[in-house]
Every structure is written in C-alpha cells, then in structure tokens.
Write a protein that binds this ligand. Structure first.
Ligand code: ATP
Length: 375
C-alpha cells in the first residue's frame, strides 16, 4: 500500500432513484446497495440507463425521484464538488500543457495543499508511472494516460470512484491489461469503484458484483459467476455469453430434479435452477452454457456415462480458436447450438456433417420463463 486512500464511509445506497426526461424514463425507480470497498459494475447495452445512474451518484444529474446515500449521509441535494466522489471519464480529460506530475497534483493544489510531493509521488507509484512524472500527456500511451486520470481522481481520497467506460477508447489488448491494472489499483486503495461498461467480459473480469441493466431497470444483480451460471432472465442469459436456449415442457414436476421434454429427448433440470413454473405441462426454455457440453460421434454414444443429459444433432460448423474448438450443431433441439471443447487433439476434431450426441451434467441446466423474448 503506497497511499493512505483507504477510507471508511459506508455503502452507496440508491433508494427509489429514477430519472425521466419529459415523457421518457431513462431509469425506473431503482433500489441498489453498492457495498463499501467493492468493485461494482453497471453493465448493459447502449441506452439502458447505466451512465444516467452513475451521474446521479456523482451529482451531475438530479434524480426525478429517490435518494442517494453514502453511508448514513444523504447526499441527494449536494452538488458534485461537495460529494466525496470523483469520476474518471473515457476521454481522460488531462491538461495537455501540464506535466503528469502537475496533472496529478492539480486537485491538491486547488484545495490549497502546500506540500504535495509525497502524495503525488505515492499516487504515481500506485499507477506505476513514477518514472513519467515530468512528461506531458501526449508522450504517454492511451492506457498510461488513463492511469494518470485515475491517479488524478484518487489524489483527494474520494470515498467512491466512478468510472464511465474508462477503457472504451483503448484497443483490445491494452483494454485487457488495463482491466487487470484497475482491479489491482482498486484492491490496493480499498475504496468503492463503480464502473460503467457495455462489455460483459470486462464486467466479469473486474467486478465483485455486477448489476445487469436493461431498459432503465436492473434485471439481475450478483457476483459474475453467479450471473453466468444462474441467469434469471433470457436477457441476462444471452447478454452474458451464449446460453443455448431450447423450448421445453415439464414432464415430471414437483421434485428436486425436474424432467423436461426438449429437442426430441428428455432432460433433467434441477428445480432450484428453474425460474419458471415447475408444474407438469408448464412451458419454459432450458439452457446450458457451451463449455459445459461434451460432444461425441453418434457411433461412440455408448461411451457416455449414465445420468448425463443428451441431445442429438449434426455438426454444421467447427472452428479452432486458441485452445478450444467451437462447434455449431443443428438438430431436433434447434439450430445453432454451440459447444466449446478444450484441448481437442487435431486428429480427433469432428468435421461438419458428423452426426453427434451432445451430453452434459444435468446440474448445469437452467430453466427460464418461456414468455420472455429470446434476443
Ligand atoms: P451509453 O452506453 O450509450 O451511454 P447508457 O446505458 O449509459 O448508454 P444513458 O446515457 O444512461 O445510457 O441514457 C439512457 C437513456 O436516456 C438513453 O435513451 C438516452 O438517450 C436518454 N438520455 C440520456 N440523457 C438524456 C437527456 N439529457 N435528455 C434526454 N434523454 C436523455
């Protein structure tokens, strides 16, 4: 730990917060608690209301209804500069004529702090730019400039750092490096980071908790693995990766392990992973993530262990992507089912046209309401 930025102050609590513009509702009344010290992501497609939510926390936007609390303190009516909050934007917004050192020192000097050397030095060390102090922003890469922006935003020890698509301007490789870098910085300073992004991989890599937003509402809130493994809506299932949703009907309900008919076969579905009605005759969608599925040639179906869920189909495409082989399979369950298999030897890769059996542990099956639209 190179700085004394670690702070207390409590959770960020949004209570009934909403925003309307004329007759358009950008954010519907929202209840959200962002735990102190967490890395929290607001994730969603363009226009879902995530930036508006962030700006209401910052004080840059007045909520139409509701309150914003930081710990016990109601900050709803405070202007941005009086909130213990700072924001990092995609555009960096560094002062081009000032050195990196002076950019970072800016907030301290504005507050009239005389002796800034140690604090600025520590902050530059935190973002690993100690050796660039005397350079100008244009001499740094995009990722380095963004780190200066983070250092500048942290220098006044905010209780919460808000990040609005901070990596949006970076290329993919740099973006991935910066994701890890921001995560490291957050862990080191220990304050709450609220990060807005439309990139599901970014949210999943960095955040302790993710709120998935859609149409001005939070569709689901949870830890990344939980959202991925237990999506509660088709929107979340499809937004966070591929979900292979298949229309199904419950054949045997009211037990811990439901049996559904789907894709010309019978599949088992743990009742605890079903968000739809579990009564016999109920219609739903069942899903399974591509990497949970194994695939064998139909001639080898006898090698599949008992108790696995199975579906048959024909490979329509296969491609090799790094360590995984990606298959697309059409069959009675529908077209375009995706299967990712790791470490497939080149000689044993199956080619388009092969008749196959897909199989997986039933515990990885999830069920969603059939009335939800498939995106
Ligand atoms: P993006 O990633 O594109 O910024 P977002 O999820 O952050 O999307 P917001 O910027 O929060 O979305 O905007 C939510 C909705 O509110 C959008 O439909 C947007 O057009 C609308 N909106 C935002 N600001 C205003 C405004 N000042 N006046 C009218 N409508 C607005």
């Amino acid at each position: 730990m190179t700085t004394d930025t670690k702070s207390t102050g409590g959770d960020v609590r949004l209570t009934g917060i909403s925003k309307t513009y004329g007759s358009f509702t950008a954010v519907h009344p929202l209840e959200l608690t962002i735990p102190q010290g967490s890395f929290f992501a607001l994730l969603g497609a363009s226009g879902c209301g995530k930036t508006t939510t962030l700006r209401m926390i910052a004080g840059l936007e007045d909520p139409t209804t509701g309150t914003v609390h930081l710990g016990e303190r109601d900050v709803t009516d405070l202007p941005p500069y009086k909130r213990p909050v700072n924001t990092v934007f995609q555009s960096y917004a560094l002062f081009p004529h000032l050195s990196i050192y002076e950019n970072v020192a800016f907030g301290l000097r504005r507050r009239g702090v005389k002796s800034v050397k140690k604090q600025v030095g520590d902050m530059l060390e935190l973002v690993q730019l100690g050796d660039r102090a005397q350079q100008r922003p244009h001499q740094l890469s995009g990722g380095q400039q963004q780190r200066v922006a983070v250092a500048r935003a942290l220098i006044n020890h905010p209780q919460v750092l808000l990040l609005d698509e901070p990596l949006g301007a970076l290329d993919l490789k740099l973006r991935r490096q910066m994701q890890l870098e921001l995560k490291r910085i957050q862990t080191e300073v220990g304050i709450t980071f609220v990060h807005v992004t439309h990139d599901q991989e970014e949210a999943m890599t960095m955040a302790d908790q993710v709120a998935v937003m859609n149409g001005g509402r939070v569709e689901q809130l949870g830890a990344p693995a939980d959202l991925y493994e237990n999506p509660q809506t088709t929107f979340v299932a499809n937004f966070l990766g591929t979900s292979n949703l298949i229309p199904a009907e419950i054949v045997e309900g009211a037990s811990e392990d439901l049996v559904v008919s789907a894709g010309g076969g019978k599949l088992r579905l743990p009742a605890g992973r079903c968000q739809a009605s579990t009564a016999a005759g109920g219609r739903l969608l069942v899903g399974v993530r591509p990497e949970k599925i194994s695939l064998v040639h139909a001639d080898d179906a006898g090698t599949i262990p008992d108790g696995r869920n199975r579906l048959t189909g024909t490979i329509t495409a296969s491609s090799f992507i790094g360590v995984s082989t990606q298959y697309v399979v059409d069959g009675p369950a529908g077209s375009g089912l995706q299967v990712y298999e790791q470490n497939v030897e080149r000689d044993s890769r199956l080619a388009p046209g092969a008749e196959v059996v897909l199989h997986w542990n039933p515990a990885h099956t999830f069920g969603l309401g059939a009335d939800q639209a498939i995106d």
